[in-house]
Design a protein around this ligand. Structure first.
Ligand code: BES
Ligand code: MN
Ligand code: ZN
Length: 507
């Protein structure tokens, strides 16, 4: 997808489809005004005749518009000016691109940088537009004999007014383009079935990303033999019941001028199928446990975005991958295992397996002496009960890191909500037989899972994102969402910007 930036009167833009956002109260934005002037008050009349209601997210396609150079006009409702903030803006942009993806058009010109969003400039709006364009044209048809027509959209021209910062718009579109690619990478990995997307398959994808990166990314894959030699028995215990061997996948991106600059580390839960193991899950909806590697998929997505955008930071991406299955060799409830850190864990429920692979990956992260570690996991069904499908659950041992992630979530409109990791909750993990148990009972299941991880994350600023409610959608639109790639990439770009500010203040 291409995202050229053009300073032009929208009425003059030559395009297959011109997209113009409209407020409900009838006060037209600069782009819409120019269009109205050129078209004998087309928009004004449509609203007066009640043929178009500019309610937020409403779209109206006008196949032949007089006075315009565009073949078609797509009006998009913004709702009222007072309520036009990030959420409304993104909803309107999404509505426009969903409609565009269904039209037989290869190119469009959009006038979204005019829309006033408090505290958000052209670069932010362009970033959101580019990201939305990628999300809208995504289809997962790898396994369909007759995939049906694919969206044709290939070029999105961002129209800016004379006063707008065209360079900032271009940079925003470049970032959004990279993030959109990352999001769709994550969706495809998530959507792939468990019989294709195995730990070995994910390892292969890491090697492929490195091979295509022109030297920017290196990988290291630890197989079961290497994990055994290392002492990662907790990770290995999860895959014991499976015929698919487990893997620890490490990807390193060196973007900082100083190769020794402390890296930011992402750690993804990569359970390529979670049957629950001996603590077998009920059958209904179990197919969706192929999505239990969406944390890992979001790490691959963030790496993809970073390779596209190339921020000047160092990044280490770790994926802890296994298949959780029942068998005669599987870990049983009551078994006690030894983690890489040396702590013993009583496995009271083999379905609480995510924390068992992540704890060893967190211990492994220590060797990189990280500036921060963020793990991403479809860890608990309880996160869906607490936050539903809108917010990712955030827990951290460091308030500054928590704030940075919350902030990145607001900017990317891929939001998280902070939950407490108070000492009082830690007692729920007490075990009669080992150093700790792998479950903490029903109360606050998301928090006690976070508490478990926190025991392995005391050597660096660490945060945990529980994406059980946000990583995929169920029902008719079943599929991976690509969250929280946007948040993660924003977080990393913000760290780059922070580094720049520090450099300037030192100089
Ligand atoms: N992968 C699941 C969590 C999950 C369940 C995510 C449903 C999204 C939808 C995780 O491995 C799991 O099974 N967690 C258990 C933990 C419990 C045994 C303490 C859960 O949430 O029920
Ligand atoms: Mn489970
Ligand atoms: Zn799981």
């Amino acid at each position: 997808m291409e995202f050229p930036v053009q300073t032009a009167n929208p009425a003059k833009a030559e395009t297959a489809c011109l997209v113009v956002p409209v407020f409900k109260d009838g006060d037209l934005l600069p782009a819409a005004t120019k269009l109205d002037d050129a078209s004998e008050r087309l928009i004004g009349q449509l609203i007066e005749r009640e043929d178009f209601d500019p309610k937020l997210g409403n779209v109206q396609m006008i196949p032949f518009a007089p006075g315009l150079n565009a073949d078609r006009l797509l009006l998009v409702g913004l709702g009222t000016r007072e309520k036009c903030q990030e959420g409304a803006f993104c909803k309107a942009v999404d509505a426009a691109f969903s409609a565009l993806a269904k039209l037989p058009v290869e190119d469009t010109a959009v006038a979204f940088t005019d829309v006033p969003v408090p505290d958000r400039a052209c670069d932010w709006k362009a970033r959101m537009v580019a990201e939305a364009a990628h999300r809208a044209v995504y289809r997962f048809t790898d396994f369909k004999s007759e995939p049906g027509p694919a969206p044709k959209l290939e070029r999105v021209t961002l129209l800016v007014s004379e006063g707008d910062d065209a360079a900032a718009t271009r940079e925003g579109a470049r970032v959004g383009d990279g993030i959109g690619q990352g999001i769709n990478t994550t969706r495809t990995l998530g959507n792939l079935p468990g019989n294709v997307c195995t730990p070995r398959y994910l390892a292969g994808r890491a090697e492929q990303l490195a091979a295509e990166s022109g030297g920017a990314l290196s990988t290291e894959i630890l197989d079961e033999e290497a994990l055994e030699a290392l002492g990662a028995h907790s990770l290995l215990s999860v895959g014991h019941g499976s015929d698919e061997p487990s893997r620890l996948i490490v990807m390193k991106y060196q973007g900082a001028e100083d190769p020794d600059e402390a890296p930011h580390v992402l750690v993804g839960k990569g359970i390529t199928f979670d049957s629950g193991g001996i603590s077998l899950k009920p059958g209904a909806g179990m197919d969706e446990m192929k999505f239990d590697m969406c944390g890992a998929a979001s790490v691959f997505g963030a790496v993809t975005s970073v390779l596209a955008v190339r921020p000047k930071i160092n990044l280490v991406a770790i994926v802890a991958s296994a298949e959780n299955m029942p068998s005669g060799r599987a870990t049983k409830p009551g078994d006690i295992i030894k983690t890489l850190r040396g702590l013993s864990v009583e496995v009271l429920n083999t379905d609480a397996e995510g924390r068992l692979v992540l704890c060893d990956a967190l211990t492994y992260a220590e060797r990189f002496e990280p500036a921060s570690v963020v793990d991403i996991a479809t860890l608990t069904g309880a996160a869906i009960i607490a936050l539903g499908h809108h917010a990712t659950g955030l827990m951290a041992n460091d308030d500054d890191l928590a704030l940075d992630l919350l902030d990145a979530g607001e900017t990317s409109w891929d939001r998280a909500w902070h939950l407490p990791l108070w000492d009082e909750y830690q007692e729920q993990l007490d075990s009669n037989f080992a150093d700790l148990a792998n479950i903490g009972g029903r109360p606050a299941g998301t928090i006690t899972a976070g508490c478990f991880l926190s025991r392995f994350a005391d050597k660096f600023p660490w945060a945990h994102l529980d994406i059980a409610g946000t990583a995929w959608q169920s029902g008719a639109q079943k599929g991976a969402s690509g969250r929280p790639v946007s948040l993660l990439t924003q977080y990393l770009l913000d760290r780059e910007a922070e580094g720049r500010v520090e450099e300037n203040s030192e100089a």
